[in-house]
Design a protein around this ligand. Structure first.
Ligand code: ADP
Ligand code: ZN
Length: 602
């Protein structure tokens, strides 16, 4: 373990292990197997990188994320670690020389796609090499029930059979107990030490807002908090992805679309720009993001409701992997609820599947309409308890106001009932407001008792009421595609006046306050120019080498440099994220930038 601590400091430039990193590493150094569950950004990679270096031989990392192997390898090479990868994107000559390097004991770390690893040729090669450990990354891919299922993963138990003495570590950020069990079964990890970390991401601020004009709200949010930051915006449909990216581009932001309908090379190019340039926004369907380990994604925004809390947590988890403040922001509306319920309950598929999907959607809606701390609810969903409200979500910072909406709900529900449960929200709101158009007259709904009884509220306010009644399960939509509303059983006591209905008041748009989550905010304004200069230097170096800027130094490292202004290599070495290799490669270059800024200040 002493060696491990030494490597942490000298190679990676960090002082202390986080979460259960130290325990995991100790278990692997003992020769045991490990399963570790850690949230995104928790620091999974060190768990296998350090023991691989301590044990000697080559650590073999199985990962489904072929497109990202190059970046992972680049990042390790920056640290002076001898890393390489083998997958279908390599030409034969490069693949062969990588294989030779493995046999010759010249590799510390090798990334392999699972289908490649399982070939006879590869297994044979490993037989003839010294393997320090096997790391099975994204281990939840063995699960048939998850959305990332990879059949090859189920065959990875062969590693255990063929290399019984080589320790294995399976890693995932998927929290639930069922997936955990499946990983253990499928990969034969019954003997493994299991480390489950808290899934809390304290640096992420959660905010969910409802109501009209989500685009405008998004724009205000971006202007206020992320005028220059990189982030991801999720939309449900390809069309909306395209439209949103165009709109943001027209507004002067660098925004790139990403969805399964784009040609593969364009998708790849957009992903590359996101990783390599600063301040790029990707607008994407859920097809984007798995394994993206860009540490400085400052915000994840949802312009539509995700289908489940799992999806929401996974997507928002891509923000702030570097531990710096980040935002998870979402706006959703009535139409989202209607569309998603239709997608989940309509369509093909087994009843059992629909029921599970429907429960997940209801849980997501519950989170949206929640009045209490969002983080407590999120963690509770994953079986964790947070004793106190977090203080870093919208509900904690600006507690929502509620009002007794019983009478209002009765009006809305009886309007649905009296018009025959055959209409959508727009029509019902018109009836409540007493708008006597031709269609309403033809249906005779200008003569029912609920006609015109809703004048106390505006149209948008009524829509908000219907949204909450839908979300709270008093109403359901027909699957006819028209958004027809019907009453549910839950309505009876309300209509009889036996229970009350609490509604939340629409939140006013948050006042412009000092941005808390933007990059470099905790920097003294005096240090800001130096920080920018350091970033520029980093970008230039990254471009020269064709690597993402963050593999040279993270923002947090540059920020610390700007604040501490180290004057020599020894001082620079104390900055978190500056290991020996990077000190040697870049130390003088960054010290020169600091020197220049000293002159400028005098
Ligand atoms: P994960 O794969 O779990 O999402 P990573 O392994 O990419 O997370 O680590 C997230 C970030 O945290 C990386 O930038 C990594 O360098 C950093 N990190 C990991 N462990 C430590 C540590 N002990 N101290 C400081 N930073 C760390
Ligand atoms: Zn909270």
């Amino acid at each position: 373990m002493q060696r491990a601590q030494h490597i942490l400091e000298s190679v990676f430039g960090y002082d202390a292990f986080r979460h259960s990193q130290a325990d995991v590493i100790a278990a692997l150094l003992d020769g045991g197997d490990v399963l570790t569950l850690m949230p995104t950004g928790g620091g999974k990679s060190l768990c296998y990188q350090i023991p691989a270096l301590v044990r000697g031989g080559c650590g073999v990392v199985v990962s489904p994320l072929i497109a990202l192997m190059q970046d992972q390898v680049d990042a390790l090479r920056q640290l002076g670690i001898r890393a390489a990868y083998l997958n279908s994107t390599l030409d034969a000559a490069t693949a062969r020389s990588t294989e030779q390097a493995l046999l010759a004991g010249e590799l510390d770390m090798l990334y392999v796609a699972p289908e490649r690893l399982l070939t006879d040729r590869m297994l044979d090669l490993l037989d003839r090499s010294t393997v320090s450990l096997f790391a099975i990354d994204e281990a939840h891919c063995v699960s048939q029930w998850g959305h990332d299922f990879r059949p090859e993963y189920q065959r990875l138990s062969v590693l255990h059979e063929r290399f019984p003495t080589v320790p294995r570590i399976a890693l995932t950020a998927t929290a639930d107990a069922r997936t955990r069990e499946e990983i253990i079964q499928q990969l034969q990890l019954q003997q493994a030490a299991v480390f489950v970390n808290s899934f809390d991401r304290p640096n992420i601020h959660y905010a969910i807002s409802e109501g009209a004009n989500p685009r405008e709200q998004l724009w205000r949010f971006l202007e206020r908090e992320h005028a220059e930051d990189a982030g991801i915006i999720y939309c449900l449909s390809r069309k909306k992805v395209e439209a949103t990216a165009e709109w943001l581009t027209a507004k002067g932001r660098t925004a790139l679309p990403y969805h399964a309908g784009l040609p593969a090379d364009q998708r790849q190019a957009h992903q590359q720009r996101f990783l390599r340039e600063e301040g790029v926004i990707v607008v994407a369907t859920i097809a984007f993001g798995m394994g993206i380990d860009k540490p400085d994604v400052r915000f994840v925004a949802h312009l539509n409701l995700p289908k489940s809390i799992e999806a929401y947590y996974q997507e928002t988890g891509r923000a702030g992997r570097d531990g710096q403040p980040a935002n998870a922001w979402m706006a959703y509306g009535l139409q989202d609820i209607i569309t998603l319920r239709q997608m989940v309950l309509g369509g093909e598929g087994a009843e059992q599947y629909k029921r599970i999907a429907s429960n997940k959607l209801e849980a997501m809606l519950g989170l949206c309409e929640l009045i209490a701390c969002r983080r407590q609810a999120l963690l509770a969903y994953f079986g964790e308890t947070l004793d106190e409200p977090c203080g870093n979500c919208d509900n904690c910072r600006t507690p929502p106001q509620t009002w007794d909406g019983t009478e209002t709900a009765q009006k809305a529900l009886s309007c649905v009932y009296r018009s025959g449960q055959r209409f959508g929200v727009a029509y019902l709101v018109d009836v409540l407001l007493g708008k006597s158009d031709e269609r309403i007259q033809r249906n005779g709904h200008d003569r029912i008792s609920t006609f015109g009884i809703g004048e106390g509220l505006s149209g948008p306010e009524w829509r908000g009421v219907f949204r909450q009644l839908l979300a709270q399960g008093y109403l359901q939509t027909d699957l006819d595609g028209y958004g027809t509303l019907r009453l549910t059983e839950k309505c009876r006591p309300v209509l009889r006046g036996e229970t009350t209905v609490q509604l939340r008041r629409q939140r006013k748009p948050e006042k412009v306050k000092k941005p808390r989550a933007a990059a470099a905010v905790d920097l003294d304004p005096l240090d800001r120019p130096l920080y920018e200069a350091l970033r520029e230097r980093r970008t230039a170096l990254a471009q020269e080498q064709g690597v993402p800027p963050y593999v040279i130094f993270h923002d947090s490292t540059l920020r610390e440099m700007a604040a501490l202004r180290p004057q020599n290599l020894r001082e620079l070495h104390t900055v978190s994220g500056v290991g020996e290799q990077k000190l040697e490669r870049y130390g003088e270059i960054f010290l020169a930038v600091i020197q220049e800024s000293n002159f400028a200040m005098e």
